[in-house]
Design a protein around this ligand. Structure first.
Ligand SMILES: [Zn+2]
Length: 322
């Protein structure tokens, strides 16, 4: 999908806000500010305004067709209110869109998981696909559902909570309070804990050397690096993680008959080892006729997914479809 329009994409994260000017399928200018989420909502809104102002000092505001904002929280897309944001101090029903109204541009806001799916649809691996499921592996496991080239939001905007599909109702407790969610196996901290538990059996693992025996420093990047160098434990952990994710995704495949799964986020950097394990597990757990030609591919946007995803909100809006 080519777009010549200029869009401001804003990726609000727990520690930094990234502002990106998107034009001709590229980010032509990028600017970053601390989010100050640990202070108060007013500070966060003020940072947003400072960043937007800065962009319009460099680029002519009249060239822009709109502003898209991806936010790590629950978003009411109609009102532009972020109703909750777990990692933001004192955050409760904050009018994010209204705080930027004075710029008199169309503003669209949605949660970061939905943005990631739209980003891959407009700018990434999902560009030529009618239907796909986006899975983002990070601290949490996020998801987005694209059907007929549109994001499926569900009846109350909550669709795509792939991380909280139960794969074992008596499994480990997830931070959502339920048991055996995909996230309780594939979220960063859970992967780290499983790795630490297994290190006793693999005292020579390269993982230990890479973190200089500081177990707290174990993270997906380290495990991916060790696996690429052939470390037995790292490969085992990735295969296991893929196995668990695949059970969850097989349920989605069975329900929706969607054949393509795009995997993004830090752990997806493991590449083939993880993707093949996910694919095999979907095949083992799904209905044969539905899953035999399933495709599991890597997200293309990597660390640019936040800005591109936010910009996609503008492209996917009514405004642009008309
Ligand atoms: Zn859960």
């Amino acid at each position: 999908m080519k777009s010549k329009a200029t869009i401001l994409g804003i990726d609000v994260g727990g520690t930094t806000i990234k502002f990106g000017v998107v034009k001709n399928n590229k980010i032509i200018f990028e600017y970053m500010l601390p989010t100050l989420a640990y202070e108060n909502p007013g500070k966060v809104l003020s940072q947003l305004n400072i960043g937007v102002k800065k962009i319009f000092e460099v680029y002519k505001k009249s060239d822009f067709i709109g502003i898209g904002i991806g936010f790590p929280g629950k978003v009411d897309i109609e009102t532009g209110i972020v109703t909750s944001a777990p990692n933001f101090r004192n955050w409760k029903k904050i009018q994010v869109r209204k705080s930027l109204e004075s710029y008199k541009l169309p503003i669209f806001i949605d949660n970061d998981a939905n943005c990631a799916a739209l980003g891959e649809l407009y700018f990434g691996s999902g560009n030529n696909l009618e239907n796909f499921i986006m899975v983002t592996l990070g601290t949490g496991v996020g998801g987005g559902i694209i059907i007929n080239k549109k994001l499926f939001r569900g009846e109350s905007g909550g669709a795509g909570e792939i991380g909280h599909i139960t794969i074992d109702y008596s499994g480990p407790k997830c931070k959502c309070g339920k048991h055996g969610c995909v996230e309780a196996y594939a979220g960063n901290n859970y992967i780290k804990q499983r790795t630490i538990q297994k290190l006793n059996e693999y005292p020579d693992s390269l993982i230990l050397k890479l973190v200089d025996h500081n177990l707290e420093a174990i993270e997906p990047k380290i495990i991916n690096e060790a696996a690429k160098k052939g470390d037995e434990l790292a490969i085992k952990i990735l295969k296991e993680t893929g196995y668990y994710i695949g059970i969850g995704l097989a349920n989605i495949a069975n329900t929706l008959d969607i054949k393509t799964f795009i995997i993004g986020g830090g752990t997806s950097g493991a590449g083939k080892t993880l993707l093949d394990a996910i694919k095999q597990s979907i095949k083992n757990h799904g209905i044969h006729d539905i899953v035999r030609d399933v495709r599991v591919i890597q997200a293309r946007l990597k660390n640019k997914s936040g800005i591109f995803g936010a910009a996609s909100l503008v492209l996917s809006s009514q405004l642009y479809q008309k």
